[in-house]
Write a new protein. Sequence first.
Length: 82
Amino acid sequence: SCTGCHQNNLKGGDPVIPGSPQVADITSSGNVGKWTEEQFLTAMRTGKTPEGKELQPQFMPWPMTKSYTDVELKALYVYLRN
C-alpha cells in the first residue's frame, strides 16, 4: 500500500491528495535511510519522526502501522533500506 502515495519507486514526490504535503522519499536515499531500526519502529508506532516531524494520520496511516508486529516493521525497514 505504500506505493499508492510514495510511487512505485518509493521516492515520493508531488502530493497525490489535494491539500496534502509533499510525499516523502522512503528509500535509503531519503530521511528513512538515515534512521536506525529503532527510530523507524518508533515513527511507525507514534507518528513522530526522529527529525521531530509529526506524521498526519490522514496522509500517513501510522495508526495502522502501530499495530504491526516487530517482525513486520523490521522487515519493512530492511526492504526500504535496500
